[in-house]
Design a protein around this ligand. Structure first.
Ligand SMILES: Nc1ncnc2c1ncn2[C@@H]1O[C@H](COP(=O)(O)OP(=O)(O)OP(=O)(O)O)[C@@H](O)[C@H]1O
Ligand SMILES: [Mg+2]
Length: 359
């Protein structure tokens, strides 16, 4: 799969933009705050319906405007498709595939598979658990449309259940309805836990050899899924902890509290790893993700590298670049520094200046 072109209207700092991508390496360079990341965000939103930064829809609409449009022409299996995404203030976004409106965002899935990599991803080991869950969910939602549905339902139910817990404190008559919510939450939650467990196990198999190579054979890395609750115990735990939840007015158990840990040998990377070890681990996880996706979708994903090369030393840069050959990549950087000139063969180079792009 490849992205052929991108068109924007009133998206972030782009009044209007039309950009052709090459199927190889595309470099967007420019000073800070010119609109490089915004282009990657538009690609990510159009392909996956979600921002890699986790932004809200209204934030992506140009200030002072009511709507934003993103259009992408993509090629998959030799056929060209048109994707349209329409963001509206105060309304749900709408999308169309080849001009036909789609009802569920999951209908877009499989068209373009995005893997994004930014400096924030390099601190995934030491960040909070929410960032690690987001990394897993961003990938699983693209790989598995059933997971996307389950996660969406789970998050809705969780919000409604938390609202109910707050309401019960002023209206105890509502407490009987809690058991219905428990059952539904546990049903979706169990599926999420199982899917995350399987995904992390697969990622773990690939990450070991990759990390060994990256660390020059010095270190082993393994990932461990730390579910907050085991699937078979979820429902009974919700029932058991009901009184405590009513006091705290919050759902205390479930995959919304899951975590993933990183181990080198028997040591926890979060607690004992140096900053460099943690960043190399993050890179290994990203490379494992690329490999896993290629295996699963039997195609190449599209890679978005946001300002990440300058964060890596020469040998890590080389490892990354060697691993992404043949993958369509969009790279942002602030200058065409020596690493770009010398070591990356780029097909298209764009200069981004205040919401305009010159080839
Ligand atoms: N909704 C919006 N409407 C208009 N402008 C916006 C909106 N959201 C963000 N911007 C502006 O977009 C500009 C560019 O942001 P972007 O994150 O793409 O910069 P960048 O080129 O990636 O910079 P850096 O090198 O610092 O990462 C910022 O100046 C920001 O103020
Ligand atoms: Mg940026």
């Amino acid at each position: 799969m490849k992205i052929k072109s991108l068109e924007l209207s009133c998206f972030r700092n782009y009044k209007s933009l039309c950009l052709n991508f090459s199927g190889g390496v595309n470099i967007l360079y420019g000073d800070n705050a010119q609109g490089k990341t915004n282009i990657l965000e538009a690609v990510c939103v159009c392909a996956t319906t979600r921002s890699q930064k986790g932004s809200r829809e209204k934030e992506m609409i140009q200030l002072g405007q009511e709507e934003a449009h993103i259009r992408m022409y993509v090629e998959k299996g030799g056929i060209e498709h048109k994707l349209d995404m329409h963001l509206k203030k105060g309304k749900a976004k709408t999308a169309a595939l080849d001009g036909v409106p789609i009802r569920k965002s999951s209908e877009l899935y499989g068209m373009v598979h995005i893997i994004s990599f930014s400096p924030e991803d390099l601190s995934i080991v030491k960040d909070g658990p929410a960032e690690r869950r987001r990394m897993v969910d961003m990938e699983l939602c693209q790989l598995d449309r059933i997971y996307l549905h389950q996660l969406t339902q789970y998050n809705k139910l969780l919000e409604q259940r938390n609202n109910l817990l707050r309401q019960i404190s002023s209206d105890s008559g509502l407490s009987d309805t809690l058991s219905v919510w428990n059952e539904q939450l546990a049903e979706y939650g169990k599926q999420i836990i199982k899917a995350r467990g399987a995904f992390i196990a697969e990622l773990n198999e690939l990450v070991g050899p990759l990390h060994e190579r990256l660390s020059g054979g010095r270190e082993s890395l393994s990932l461990r899924y730390e579910p907050n609750v085991m699937p078979e115990e979820f429902l009974s735990l919700l029932q058991k902890d009901r009184d405590r939840e009513l006091i705290l007015k919050s759902t205390l158990h479930g995959p919304h509290r899951d975590d993933i840990s990183f181990f080198f040998g028997e040591n926890d990377m979060r607690k004992y790893g140096s900053q460099g070890q943690q960043r190399t681990s993050a890179l290994s996880v990203k490379l494992a993700e690329i490999e896993l996706v290629r295996k699963k979708i039997k195609d190449d994903p599209v890679l978005l590298l946001d300002d990440v090369l300058s964060e890596l030393d020469r040998s890590r840069q080389k490892q990354l670049l060697d691993n992404i050959k043949e993958i369509q990549t969009v790279i942002t950087c602030t200058g065409l520094e020596e690493f770009v000139k010398e070591r990356i063969h780029s097909d298209h180079i764009y200069h981004v200046v205040q919401g305009t792009v010159e080839q």
